[in-house]
Write a protein that binds this ligand. Structure first.
Ligand SMILES: Cc1cc2nc3c(=O)[nH]c(=O)nc-3n(C[C@H](O)[C@H](O)[C@H](O)COP(=O)(O)OP(=O)(O)OC[C@H]3O[C@@H](n4cnc5c(N)ncnc54)[C@H](O)[C@@H]3O)c2cc1C
Length: 439
């Protein structure tokens, strides 16, 4: 039994690993394996090109890491210093304590914050009086506005979700992006009541809420690459044969019994479209956002502002070129030497320059010095956007793949964009292959 895997990001690599563990030979095709994950070691710093961590509450990444013998490499965020600033009227305001993403659960921090006006605070308090409702899917903005008003969209939902999806809450689906809160709305009416009634377990062993690897996320990809078979080739054709599937790469056909498509919905659309036109259309309907990251290193003495938070978010209303900025020294131990400060700035402005980012850091953080290094990374159409109606489309996509014998789909397109979600979906796809062989 031979399996071809299109795409060698974390999804494709972990799928190949799980297949190998089940004794099934898999070959991954990818000209740039690792996908959006990659670590750079520069001037004593451990720097990420793409994702830098994952949510510890989702176990699938940690399970894989332990299984490949990298458990000792796990490290968690410095949650003793966990605090996030949000820009309001040009000043940093601390995100109030007790938020479950966009839902307040503590009275005093909300009463004390200057992030919201009293109108919004009162609305947040009265939200507990709502009655249960089942509404059709709507945008995150509409959902949050309905519960807490405009200001909660502008200063909470928008900056938080832009930081995760690089997209607009006006388009993102509440049912897909905030499923827990939509469930609370249906069950209790009030999302505050729902959040208060649901105990969120504290991270085990006093760990932080984010996990990463000491030598960076890239070290997981490098480990997986040593365990699976990767061909550095782009697939540009997928053909159904008599007893399996063929993948065309650089003009040559490679025969397989089954194929796992793990290259992202946008790349998958053109490959599977000829076999199921509607499936190709549905995959092509998932928009993807692009982002740019400037990672700037400074001499410690050149950054006068105390780095007393994980970083800051800039709401769209107040945004220049920086959407969010992570203060690496504070968030992680062991990533930046003592004599340096590293700031990781995200932007959705295409072609944003180092100068523009520096100018904004000057305005927001009072930094006027030249950086000692500046690394730039652009991610084109890398992050799927779960827009209104996504859940229904995702279901149809899965059903259509399930109806094509020997073709499987995995990755961040349908049920979660985080690294643990991708690994979970890779494991499920590998499980699907194993199951199909057994029947
Ligand atoms: C900037 C950024 C920051 C992020 N930060 C976080 C974070 O902190 N935490 C978190 O949990 N998640 C984060 N994410 C999300 C997460 O990183 C991704 O969802 C996940 O890495 C996707 O993995 P993947 O393997 O499914 O896809 P990708 O990493 O996109 O890999 C797909 C691979 O398919 C290959 N490919 C495409 N077409 C073909 C073809 N025709 N033939 C062969 N190969 C092909 C590509 O070369 C690529 O390597 C972030 C994403 C981005 C873009």
């Amino acid at each position: 039994m031979r399996i071809g895997i299109i795409g060698g990001g974390i999804t494709g690599l972990s799928c190949a690993y799980y297949l190998g563990r089940a004794g099934i030979e898999a070959t991954v095709f990818d000209p740039t394996p690792g996908g959006t994950i990659g670590t750079v070691y520069h001037e004593g710093c451990v720097l990420e090109n793409g994702p830098e961590s994952w949510l510890a509450a989702k176990p699938w990444a940690e399970q894989l890491i332990k299984e490949v013998g990298m458990g000792d490499e796990l490290t968690s965020s410095n949650d003793a210093n966990r605090r996030t600033y949000v820009l309001r009227h040009g000043r940093f305001v601390t995100l109030p304590e007790g938020l479950q993403l966009v839902v307040p659960t503590k009275v005093l921090p909300i009463a004390a914050t200057t992030l919201f006006t009293w109108g919004t605070k009162i609305r947040m308090g009265l939200e507990i009086l709502r009655s249960p409702k089942a509404l059709p899917d709507r945008s995150v903005s509409d959902f949050v506005r309905d519960h807490f008003g405009d200001e909660a969209v502008e200063y909470l939902a928008e900056p938080l979700l832009a930081g995760v999806y690089g997209g607009s809450p006006d388009e993102l689906s509440a049912a897909s992006v905030l499923p827990k809160f939509v469930e609370y709305e249906q069950k209790y009416g009030s999302v505050v009541v729902g959040a208060l009634r649901t105990k969120i377990p504290k991270p085990a062993g006093g760990r932080g809420i984010f996990l990463t690897l000491k030598r960076g996320m890239g070290s997981l990809v490098e480990e997986l690459k040593t365990r699976v078979n990767v061909l550095p080739l782009r697939v540009d054709g997928l053909a159904k044969g008599e007893s399996g599937w063929g993948l065309r790469a650089e003009g040559e056909w490679h025969p397989f019994d089954q194929v796992v498509v793990a290259c992202g919905a946008n790349h998958a659309a053109g490959l599977v479209g000829p076999h199921d036109q509607r499936l190709g259309e549905l995959l092509g309907m998932i928009p993807h956002s692009s982002s740019e990251i400037w990672t700037l290193g400074f001499r410690k003495e050149d950054v006068k502002r105390p780095l007393d938070a994980f970083g800051f978010l800039v709401p769209r209303k107040e945004r220049g070129v920086i959407m969010s900025c992570t203060w690496l020294n504070t968030k992680w131990a062991g990533r930046v030497p003592d004599d340096k400060v590293v700031l990781r700035c995200f932007s959705t402005h295409q072609g944003v320059t180092r100068e523009a980012v520096l100018q904004e850091l000057g305005r927001l953080m009072g930094i006027s010095a030249e950086p000692v290094f500046a690394l730039h990374q652009r991610w084109n159409n890398a992050m799927p956007q779960y827009t209104v109606g996504h859940a229904r489309r995702a279901e149809e996509i899965q059903e259509r793949f399930d109806a094509i014998p020997g073709l499987h789909f995995a990755g961040n397109a349908l049920n979660g964009v985080g690294i643990p979600d991708c690994i979970k979906s890779a494991r499920q796809a590998a499980g699907g292959v194993v199951e199909s062989i057994g029947t």
